[in-house]
Design a protein around this ligand. Structure first.
Ligand code: AHR
Length: 507
């Protein structure tokens, strides 16, 4: 079998990787909040009602930001109903996901939970049923020290210090026909621009994200981006991207579908730079990939399941049972984000718990990690710092929808503090194992520090409450580094991590 040959130029840094590309997302959707992160009756729950076992798993993912409270949920959310004494909070019909919202968890509880999981907030404002006024009031409630109506209300709720929310999303998927309050690009662009203007008058330090298209298959993509950016370019810092990989024509296609994500990023960069040039602007618009994952197992079932259900709190929707192949698709998406780290500065895996999630729970019961947990955790742990320039050549795959694509994808990173270099390699072939050779070019010798692989002979196998460790990473036994050459063998459908230490640091 032809080898995948990588040349890693260790003296050439392509870009810094913003750690916020390893961020997460929790929404009031299904059992993400109620029964997921919040379950006061659970044996591990702390005084705030949050499950400690779940919090510990979230900490392991080390997500710098967590987006909240939606998603589609935000477009009819009344944030004021989720703060203050719990007994006074109303139960609401939640329209986006046809469920009951008890408002037991709201803005302050979310901030409390962030302290537990050691993360920071990225809040979305409701530009569906509400608008600039509600967004400004929420911003004052969260970020203003006090001495005015909404910040004093926060203080009266027991939060003397501001929450200092650094990043704000101006609505969610406003192009989607499913979105409550869907708008045309021009209408949304004006609303987002005016909301941004007013919000910055309250807190000029915040970063703002305008809604891009819901996915690259929307008929209005990428014209939506061009129109919205034309109207908001000087007022916002990021344009959002969302994508969910689906299984359309089988596994081989699924695991290379990140090629669409790659094209999506390139198209959005082109739209940003077109508007930049047109405006003669000095600012470069950055990208926030604030929803991405694999989503196909139960999508159709959920539609039928939700149709005639009674309204209830935390219905089990969006619960994907991820398998070994899905973890490879997620791995490939992670490498795509790293490859574009020069422009993609934030990205949120959607979501974290129970809904499209690396972490699953039973209400009041067990917790387990899905297959996709592991590539995410390892990318988050080892894919920070600098992306190193590398070239790759190797065997091609023939795919039904995407034609010929490289079987092996790689990314090389380095932690500038420790000097540790990480080689990520994904073999996307469903049938062929492929030899890997990485030539380490540059000064200094390296030795293997750590290796890890996620692979199973059965691509459809996954973890469950009864069998939580069916698929977990293992050490790569065959890897060697000699005379600046890393050699290994990549099994079909495998996620592989090689950590290399400068030889001097090991003596
Ligand atoms: O993450 C699930 C949903 O997918 C979000 O609520 C929405 O923004 C997207 O369509």
């Amino acid at each position: 079998m032809q080898a995948a040959v990588v040349r890693a130029y260790l003296d050439e840094i392509v870009t810094q990787i913003d750690p916020r590309i390893y961020s997460g997302f929790v929404e009031h959707l299904g059992r993400c909040i109620y029964g997921g992160i919040y379950d006061p009756e659970h044996s591990t729950a702390g005084p705030g009602g949050f499950r400690n076992d779940v919090a510990e798993a979230v900490r392991e993912l080390d997500v710098p930001l967590i987006r909240y409270p939606g998603g589609n949920f935000v477009s009819s959310y009344v944030w004021e109903e989720g703060v203050g004494p719990r007994d006074d909070r109303p139960v609401r019909l939640e329209l986006a996901w046809r469920s009951l919202e008890p408002n037991l968890v709201g803005t302050n509880e979310f901030m409390d939970w962030l302290h537990v999981v050691d993360s920071r907030p990225m809040l979305a404002v409701n530009l569906g049923t509400r608008g600039i006024d509600a967004a400004c009031n929420l911003l004052e409630y969260c970020n203003h020290p006090g001495g005015a109506k909404w910040s004093d209300l926060r203080r009266s709720h027991g939060y003397a210090d501001p929450h200092d929310v650094p990043v704000w999303c101006l609505g969610n998927e406003m192009d989607g026909p499913w979105q409550i309050g869907q708008r045309s690009a021009a209408d949304y662009g004006v609303l987002a621009r005016e909301a941004a203007k007013a919000m910055r008058l309250i807190d000029p330090t915040i970063e703002l994200v305008a809604c891009g298209s819901s996915n690259p298959r929307m008929p209005t993509f990428p014209d939506w981006e061009e129109t919205v950016l034309d109207l908001t370019y000087d007022r916002v810092d990021y344009i959002s991207l969302h994508v969910y990989i689906v299984d359309e024509v089988g596994l081989q296609d699924l695991v290379v579908q990140s090629v669409e994500m790659d094209e999506q990023i390139r198209a959005v960069i082109a739209a940003c730079d077109l508007v930049k040039a047109r405006r003669r602007s000095k600012r470069t618009m950055m990208l926030s990939f604030d929803e991405w994952n694999v989503w196909y197992h139960n999508r159709q079932r959920d539609k039928e399941f939700m149709r005639d259900r009674p309204w209830e709190v935390g219905p089990p929707v969006g619960e994907e049972d991820y398998n070994a192949a899905d973890a490879i698709a997620v791995g490939s998406m992670l490498l795509t984000l790293m490859r574009h780290a020069g422009r993609v500065r934030m990205a949120c895996i959607a979501q974290l718990v129970n809904v499209l999630a690396p972490i699953m729970t039973e209400n009041g019961g067990r917790m387990w990690k899905q297959t996709i947990f592991y590539p995410f955790a390892q990318a988050s742990a080892y894919g920070r710092g600098e992306r190193i320039y590398s070239s790759e050549a190797g065997p091609l795959l023939s795919t039904p929808r995407y034609g010929e694509q490289p079987a092996v994808e790689t990314i090389v990173t380095r932690d500038p503090e420790s000097g540790l270099v990480t080689v990520f390699a994904v073999n996307r072939s469903v049938s062929e194992g492929i030899p890997l050779q990485v030539e380490l070019k540059g000064d200094g010798a390296y030795a293997l520090d750590m290796t890890s692989r996620l692979h199973d002979d059965d691509p459809y196998a996954g973890n469950s409450a009864d069998d939580p460790h069916r698929i977990v990473p293992c050490t790569i036994e065959d890897a060697t580094v000699e005379n600046g050459l890393l050699e290994s063998f990549l099994p079909p459908l495998s996620w592989n991590v090689y950590r290399l230490a400068p030889a001097s640091s090991r003596s």
